[in-house]
Design a protein around this ligand. Structure first.
Ligand code: ATP
Ligand code: ZN
Length: 284
């Protein structure tokens, strides 16, 4: 019995999807010329597909699980269940217009032509905003459409905005914030659900580890109270006496997001020789 997981064969999500599986202790080789690959040490078979096809394959039960961007998932409207957000492949689906155009609000789009590869999402967004515009569906290089007179605006994926900028466009509305998600077929049999729970346990440990750092520092004992107050840790910090009288070594876990602020505060409180190390897995 295998859990069949569909991931993107080659593209922006491929490397992170494979890395997530590998970090979960599931060793799979990258696609190469192959369409599928059996993991060596976990009952998982990976299918390498175009990202656009993944929702359909999971809906139909050709694959049990899939890793796909929310943008593709919500455009395709397939009947699958989102199990977990994965924290990579972040981007936004945005509306952009030529920099010299007099865009004021959504109403400026009335009667205009919008080029996009996301007709369903754009149509729904226009309807919500009670604007009537014409959608021109194209499958790639959407950003050149205004320059060649094909459309007045575009709706496309953006991460840094540099592609839009290079094409003389400015981003004016965000239609969807997107990241990669793990999806599953709505009904899985009990044995596969059990495997999925095992996989999710591993994914959660990997994600928690990525969000935290392990920190070690030395401090004079009279600074410890102030230092403890700065360190949440998983329970409470570990404290070990140093060979030098009156000094201790303190170990704890700090969330990545608060990291630099904490380091500064710890130094100010008297901490020295601060070491920060990545955490490989974090089981809570
Ligand atoms: P495929 O050949 O599998 O159809 P593709 O060309 O449609 O590939 P990619 O460009 O590899 O797809 O993007 C895959 C996903 O990566 C997107 O659907 C989106 O969820 C995510 N992504 C993250 N940042 C960006 C970005 N700046 N531009 C496009 N996609 C992005
Ligand atoms: Zn695609």
């Amino acid at each position: 019995m295998n859990l069949r997981i569909a991931i993107q064969k080659s593209g922006r999500l491929s490397e992170d999807s494979l890395k997530l599986l590998n970090d979960c202790g599931i060793s799979v080789k990258s696609a190469g010329a192959k369409l599928r690959s059996q993991a060596e040490n976990f009952p998982v078979e990976v299918y390498f597909l175009r990202d656009d096809d993944i929702p359909q394959y999971v809906q139909d039960g050709v694959a049990d699980l899939g890793v796909v961007g929310e943008n593709v998932l919500y455009e395709k409207c397939k009947d699958v269940e989102v199990v977990q957000k994965l924290g990579f492949g972040r981007c936004r689906l945005s509306l952009a217009v030529p920099r010299n155009s007099a865009y004021q609000s959504v109403a400026s789009l009335e009667g205009r032509k919008i080029a996009t590869s996301y007709p369903f999402l754009v149509e729904s967004w226009l309807r919500q905003n009670r604007v009537d515009a014409e959608i021109h569906e194209i499958s790639g290089s959407v950003e050149i459409a205004p320059g060649i007179g094909l459309a007045d605006a575009v709706c496309d994926l953006v991460s840094s905005g540099s592609t839009l900028f290079m094409n003389g466009l400015q981003e004016v509305e965000t239609i969807l914030e997107s990241e990669a998600v793990l999806v599953k077929k709505t009904e899985l049999d009990e044995e596969k659900e059990k495997l999925l729970r095992k996989l999710l346990f591993r994914i959660n440990s990997v994600q928690a580890a990525r969000k935290n750092k392990y920190i070690l520092l030395n401090a004079p004992n009279d600074a410890l109270d102030e230092i403890f107050a700065l360190l949440p840790g998983m329970k409470s910090p570990t404290v070990l006496p140093l060979a030098e009288e009156g000094w201790s070594s303190v170990h704890s876990v700090v969330p990545e997001a608060e990291f630099w602020d904490k380091i500064e505060a710890l130094k100010y409180a008297g901490a020295q020789g601060i070491l920060v190390v990545p955490i490989e897995k974090m089981i809570q």
